[in-house]
Design a binder for this molecule. Structure first.
Ligand code: NAD
Ligand code: UFG
Length: 333
């Protein structure tokens, strides 16, 4: 089976490439390298002894995309490519709508034209909007109270996929709603290394630990949670990657939607303390006001994926932090 990963040199895509290659799939990667590095391909090769064929193509470049699909026969596409910086999406909404939505429309166009009828899409817990503190199930309402253009693009793309599926009943489309991915590959060779200034907790903790950012701002300690800081369902990126392999094995005609999370929550303060304990290093932080749009507690009900995909998140926060430290030490050498 030949699989194209859009955004495959990125954080989640590169870990998924490793899991797929290790199971014998042929993987090709398309990326414009906007938020990832070409050297990731060497690291994937070091882990798997296979270097995926790489196409440096922007999804907005429909001519190159059409040529790629004309010259290659893919069985399935996993569509990771997208911009994901929430704060930037508020400042530059058109950039986000254009990249994420037009990019997806272009991809669907060529998939339809060349009869590549299997798609897995990277969606997000953000589609559940402002539902706070409830175990989020796939049947919960989506699209209400989304506070930024990035989140809107995920919701809109889900709607586009549903409409597309009705008109193309031969397509099998799986929407995976990721909760909060953290960690790195246990080799320390691949991990999260955004080209731009990160917004998410773990990449910021990493940059504080290396001194690139002087201190972590913790956005609020007055939430209705045990220690007052926000709580999230942090999922190890390797568990998340394995969720894609499980999804491939259970593709069905129409649209199927799954949460990929652990069902457990960890607070921001616990993440900081766990990182400090594992690294033996203290992390400078200050408590600042809440970040607009943030919720107290966001977590998945992952039971549908567990039941139907026969998948389960096994790794812990401690594993994720150990692997992150290994990745950081590789980066330093
Ligand atoms: P990432 O930025 O590391 O990877 C995305 C990749 O897509 C990058 O390599 C980037 O260069 C590429 N890309 C972006 N626009 C492109 C375009 N127009 N053409 C070609 N390539 C393009 O991000 P990630 O964390 O690996 O996320 C992968 C997907 O998962 C994204 O769609 C993201 O929105 C989604 N997601 C991520 C998280 C998270 O917290 N990391 C949570 C939920 C959903
Ligand atoms: N946080 C801080 N300081 C920081 C960054 C984050 O205290 O510098 C806190 C936040 O307030 C929140 C928690 O850490 O309580 C997690 O924040 P992230 O920004 O890492 O993640 P979010 O849960 O806000 O959102 C992320 C993605 C969304 C996605 C969501 C679920 O940014 O796009 O995970 O997948 F929808």
């Amino acid at each position: 089976m030949k699989i194209l990963l859009t955004g495959g040199t990125g954080y989640i895509g590169s870990h998924t490439a490793v899991e797929l290659i290790n199971r014998g799939y042929t993987v090709e990667i398309l990326d414009n390298l906007f938020n990832s590095k070409i050297t990731t391909l060497d690291n994937i090769e070091e882990i798997t002894h296979t270097k995926p064929i790489f196409h440096q193509i922007d999804l907005l470049d429909i001519t190159s995309l059409d040529r790629l699909f004309k010259e290659n026969k893919y069985d399935l596409v996993i569509h990771f490519a997208g911009l994901k910086a929430v704060a930037e999406s508020i400042e530059k909404p058109l950039k986000y709508y254009h990249n994420n939505i037009t990019g997806t429309l272009n991809l669907l166009h060529v998939m339809q034209k060349y009869s590549v009828a299997k798609l897995i899409f990277s969606s997000s817990a953000t589609v559940y909007g402002d539902q706070d503190g409830v175990k989020l199930t796939e049947t919960n309402q989506t699209g209400l109270g989304i506070t930024n253009p990035y989140g809107q693009t995920k919701y809109m793309i889900e709607q586009i996929l549903k409409d597309f599926s009705l008109a193309n009943p031969d397509f099998s489309i799986t929407i995976l709603r990721y909760f909060n991915p953290v960690g790195a590959h246990s080799s320390g060779l691949i991990g999260e290394n955004p080209n731009d200034i990160p917004n998410n907790l773990m990449p910021i903790i990493m940059k504080v630990s290396t001194g690139e950012i002087p201190e972590l701002s913790i956005y609020g300690d007055d939430y209705d949670t045990p220690d007052g800081t926000g709580m999230r369902d942090f999922i190890h990126v390797v568990d998340l990657a394995k969720g894609h392999v499980a999804a491939i094995n259970h593709m069905q005609k129409g649209v199927s939607t799954y949460n990929l999370g652990t069902g457990k929550t960890t607070s921001v303060m616990t993440m900081v303390k766990t990182f400090e304990k594992a690294s033996g290093q203290s992390l400078p932080y200050k408590i600042v006001p809440r970040r607009p749009g943030d919720l107290a507690k966001v977590y998945a009900d992952p039971s549908k994926a567990e039941r139907e995909l026969n998948w389960h998140a096994d790794l812990t926060i401690e594993d994720a932090i150990q692997d992150t430290l290994r990745y950081l030490s590789h980066q330093a050498h």
